[in-house]
Design a protein around this ligand. Structure first.
Ligand SMILES: *[C@@H]1O[C@H](CO)[C@@H](O)[C@H](O)[C@H]1NC(C)=O
Ligand SMILES: *[C@@H]1O[C@H](CO)[C@@H](O)[C@H](O)[C@H]1NC(C)=O
Ligand SMILES: *[C@@H]1O[C@H](CO)[C@@H](O)[C@H](O)[C@H]1NC(C)=O
Length: 236
């Protein structure tokens, strides 16, 4: 019995060293030419295949997971179906991908105050948030830069104040973790109503955010330690 346990542990160690991963949650998975389900199926993998990765990138959201794994066969499978032991990156980010996701990704756009209601802070915005609040600015950025029709009742629950965005993300299967990428949402429960911001840049252990109402009703940018926030991945 002891020997069997020892052998099993060694095999686990070996598997993680050689970075071969298994399919789970399905018996067959499509491997595609690009990290989205509209692209061409290049080949399929089965449950017992030993799959090695060259890199990972963000792409279409598959059941709440936006990560895609590029295999050594040069095609992409949704990370939802690959048992890597992590919902985050376990291999390097693919470079030059048109879908972004890395710090070279295209989504964030210029760091500037493009909020449509600067200084017009009365009333409610089209996404059902009070204008000039942190939530209103981030709702605007999700709509304008990610092309996602986000609003106060996105996917059902009341997203409400910034300090309930983490709960809303969890209850709707939107990924939330401690790994920022440009174009995701920074969220914290600290302060009376919490705070949310737009992640513009990630560099080492620091994250550069754009935000509203850190100073009352005003736009600002800050560079802070990653650990300041949780990160909600609406699209990336
Ligand atoms: C899985 O693939 C990796 C990389 O090609 C290889 O080094 C390893 O030996 C394989 N593992 C198994 C259990 O086949
Ligand atoms: C799928 O990915 C490719 C390459 O990134 C892109 O050109 C294409 O527009 C994507 N299709 C959809 C529907 O997202
Ligand atoms: C907006 O900022 C002001 C002053 O910084 C603060 O008192 C207020 O609570 C903030 N609003 C929200 C909803 O956090």
């Amino acid at each position: 019995m002891k020997l069997a346990t020892f052998v099993a542990l060694c095999l686990i160690g070996l598997a993680s060293l050689t970075e071969g991963y298994k399919i789970y949650k399905a018996t067959t998975v499509n491997c595609r030419s690009d990290p989205n389900t509209s692209s061409k199926v290049v080949r399929t993998y089965n449950t017992n295949d030993n799959i090695s990765l060259t890199c990972q990138t963000s792409g279409e959201n598959v059941k709440g997971n936006t990560l895609w794994d590029k295999t050594t066969n040069g095609c992409y499978i949704s990370d939802y179906y690959l048992h890597t032991g992590s919902s985050g990156y376990v291999a390097k980010k693919c470079s030059g991908g048109s879908t972004g996701g890395g710090s070279t990704g295209k989504i964030p756009g210029p760091i500037k105050n493009d909020y449509p209601y600067p200084g017009q802070c009365d009333g409610v915005d089209p996404w059902n948030y009070f204008k000039c609040q942190c939530t209103s600015f981030v709702a605007w950025r999700i709509n304008s830069r990610l092309g996602v029709k986000f609003h106060n009742h996105y996917k059902g629950p009341n997203w409400g104040n910034a300090n309930t965005w983490d709960n809303a993300a969890r209850s709707t299967g939107v990924p939330i973790n401690s790994n920022p990428v440009p174009g995701c949402v920074a969220q914290t429960n600290s302060g009376s109503a919490g705070h949310v911001a737009w992640v513009a840049k990630v560099s080492g252990n620091q994250v550069t955010i754009e935000e509203y109402n850190w100073t009352r009703h005003k736009y600002s940018t800050r560079t802070v330690p990653k650990s300041t926030f949780n990160y909600i991945h609406i699209k990336v």
